[in-house]
Design a protein around this ligand. Structure first.
Ligand SMILES: NC(=O)c1ccc[n+]([C@@H]2O[C@H](COP(=O)([O-])OP(=O)(O)OC[C@H]3O[C@@H](n4cnc5c(N)ncnc54)[C@H](OP(=O)(O)O)[C@@H]3O)[C@@H](O)[C@H]2O)c1
Length: 269
């Protein structure tokens, strides 16, 4: 039985991951962790996870190294800054890690890469099967349609999301840019206002909507002269991200040290 530790245990994603772990085969929760001073520290993790009382799993602690001592893998959906601390602890203890946090800067990703020489890590801005199939389809679409179709990406998320554009939208932009032989950082256009001039051929528009309780929606537009393709993914529940994360946790334990993504986990490469 694989033993999983979950950080951000009382958060929107961490609590759903604990819920999914409670009914998963071959993997179970061995530790739940929140930051020091969090109001849920000391409470049963089944509360935020919506698991009926009596299904006592494990109390939420604020001591990750201690929780990891009896765990095989950490599942971490917190924030980039917290994830960097957590992967450091995993590397020190030789534990595998699955990171779902989004919004890493290039410098932060360089730090992640320093640790993946020591431990296996799955890092993915979106753990849903559907979105990862979209990544694959997008590359094919972009290559086939070529340079004559304008690409615009629109994403929508709940009002509490802290980063923009979403990590998934950025990855979609990177996939399309790579397929078209462009550099995403050079061609991404995040802002149009006033007299912008005409659209350049190579830019990829990145638009963001924030509001209410939208879990996550992404549309990539390929806009040609007289025709348009729109590829949309809509997340209807957080549980499919949680199921993907648990699948990644099962997959990563026992792998060679290195940086992996959900395409590796799902065999889509
Ligand atoms: N990869 C995917 O498929 C996917 C899907 C959905 C979301 N995400 C990403 O996952 C991350 C979390 O999203 P969310 O909606 O669950 O956010 P959330 O509800 O704010 O949950 C994050 C949790 O992590 C806790 N935390 C912060 N620092 C910590 C630390 N040092 N140690 C332990 N816990 C800590 C937070 O505590 P406080 O509330 O006290 O800060 C909070 O409970 C975001 O980056 C989001 O974009 C990824």
């Amino acid at each position: 039985m694989i033993k999983a530790v979950v950080t951000g245990a009382a958060g929107r994603m961490g609590s759903r991951i604990i819920n999914v772990l409670s009914t998963s085969e071959g993997i179970s929760l061995s530790g739940a962790v929140e930051r020091k001073g969090h109001p849920f520290v000391g409470q049963d993790s089944c509360g935020p996870a919506g698991i009926p009382q009596g299904g006592v799993l494990t109390a939420i602690s604020d001591d990750l190294p201690d929780a990891l001592r009896t765990g095989d893998v950490l599942i971490d959906f917190t924030s980039p800054a917290a994830s960097l601390e957590h992967i450091k602890t995993c590397a020190e203890l030789g534990k595998s890690v699955v990171i779902g946090s989004t919004g890493f800067s290039k410098e932060q990703l360089d730090v992640v890469n320093q640790y993946t020489g020591k431990i296996p890590c799955v890092l993915s801005p979106n753990m849903s099967v559907g979105v990862n199939v979209c990544f694959k389809v997008l590359a094919d679409l972009a290559k086939t349609l070529g340079q004559d179709f304008d690409v615009e990406i629109v994403e929508a998320h709940h009002r509490l999301k802290k980063d923009a554009p979403s990590g998934t939208a950025v990855r979609m932009g990177e996939v399309v840019a790579n397929a078209l032989g462009r550099n995403y950082r050079e061609v991404a256009n995040f802002h149009r206002e006033g007299i912008t001039g005409v659209r350049t051929n190579k830019e990829i528009g990145m638009q963001t909507i924030r509001g209410g309780d939208i879990i996550g929606e992404h549309t990539v537009y390929f806009i040609g002269m007289g025709e348009r393709i729109e590829l949309t993914h809509r997340a209807l529940t957080r549980d499919m991200f949680a199921r993907g994360a648990v699948r990644a946790a099962r997959w990563v334990v026992g792998r060679k040290p290195g940086l992996y993504d959900m395409q590796d986990v799902l065999g889509l490469k």
